[in-house]
Design a protein around this ligand. Structure first.
Ligand code: NAD
Length: 265
């Protein structure tokens, strides 16, 4: 129960990784605000958490809307008295070649993934700053670190999120507020199921040393650590949780045999 007494907002928590994160933070003792643009999904996650004994409410919020972001932070304070943890998880994706990407695509994806995190973080920091305690964890992406084909809008939004994390972290470190990223690789969620065809799945299985997609629960564990007091000296860090994807180099050993599947020696 390392988060006992803490109050957390998780955006995009109606399904996928956000749902796994909110369930993990609640299991670790936090009172949670389950937020999503999809009111019905957020509501049912909050109900099931309350049924299992957790303190949970749901709040519908579009993170790209400033009034929603402020109302979300205010709802945490109104219900639970304060706000300690914000997880900026809400995100949308598209895969389009550079020349096929429209201005509207760029504005929509960056508006949610980057400006949404900016707006929710500003509202949260205004509450965290006076009490000199806060944990902000942003869900970035391996796609923000590599030049993946079709990732002009999405990758750019996530790369921006990593840099914003560094700036926020440096500005807020002296005030007891840490800001960090978790960067998932390929994770088996609805988003990945919708976006990844068989060729994409095969490519990921080839490129990821663990030879599998990650699980939402594996992201949630990393978030729970960064959201806890145990991570008190971790500032502006990006923790990749990707089965070794970012770390890997050439994975051929000899005779076309992929090294991780080759017995030692
Ligand atoms: N699945 C992957 O492989 C993967 C890899 C790297 C990073 N990510 C990132 O992880 C996060 C979660 O992804 P997921 O796979 O669980 O996606 P998902 O599509 O399953 O869930 C995303 C949630 O965000 C909500 N959402 C969308 N727009 C919103 C808005 N404007 N305001 C509030 N909520 C909104 C959706 O309703 C949904 O519940 C995203 O930021 C995504 O970019 C995912």
């Amino acid at each position: 129960m390392k988060l006992a007494g803490r109050v957390a907002i998780i955006t995009g928590a109606g399904r996928g990784m956000g749902e796994a994160i909110v369930r993990k933070l609640a299991a670790d003792g936090a009172a949670v605000v389950v937020s999503d643009i999809d009111e019905a999904n957020a509501g049912s996650v909050a109900i099931s958490l309350r049924d299992s004994g957790a303190k949970a409410i749901s709040v519908r919020a579009d993170v790209s809307n400033e009034a929603d972001a402020i109302a979300l932070a205010d709802a945490a304070v109104a219900e639970f008295g304060t706000l300690d943890i914000l997880v900026n998880n809400a995100g949308i994706s598209t895969t389009k070649l550079f020349l096929e990407t429209s201005k509207a695509d760029m504005e929509r994806i960056i508006g949610v993934n980057l400006i949404g995190a900016f707006l929710c973080s500003q509202a949260a920091v205004r509450i965290m700053l006076p009490k000199k305690y806060g944990r902000i964890v942003n869900i970035a992406s391996l796609s923000g670190q590599r030049g993946g084909i079709g990732r002009t809008a999405y990758g750019t939004s996530k790369a921006g999120l990593e840099l914003m994390t560094k700036v926020m972290s440096v500005e807020l470190a002296a005030f007891g507020i840490t800001v960090n990223n978790v960067a998932p690789g390929a994770i088996a969620t609805q988003m990945a199921i919708e976006q990844h065809d068989k060729a994409t799945r095969d490519a990921y299985h080839y490129l990821i040393p663990q030879r599998r997609y990650g699980l939402p629960e594996e992201i949630a564990s990393a978030v729970a650590y960064l959201a806890s007091e145990e991570a008190s000296h971790v500032c502006g860090h990006t923790m990749n949780v990707d089965g070794g994807f970012q770390t890997a180099g050439l994975m051929f050993k000899r005779d076309g045999v992929i090294a991780p599947e080759t017995p030692a020696g």
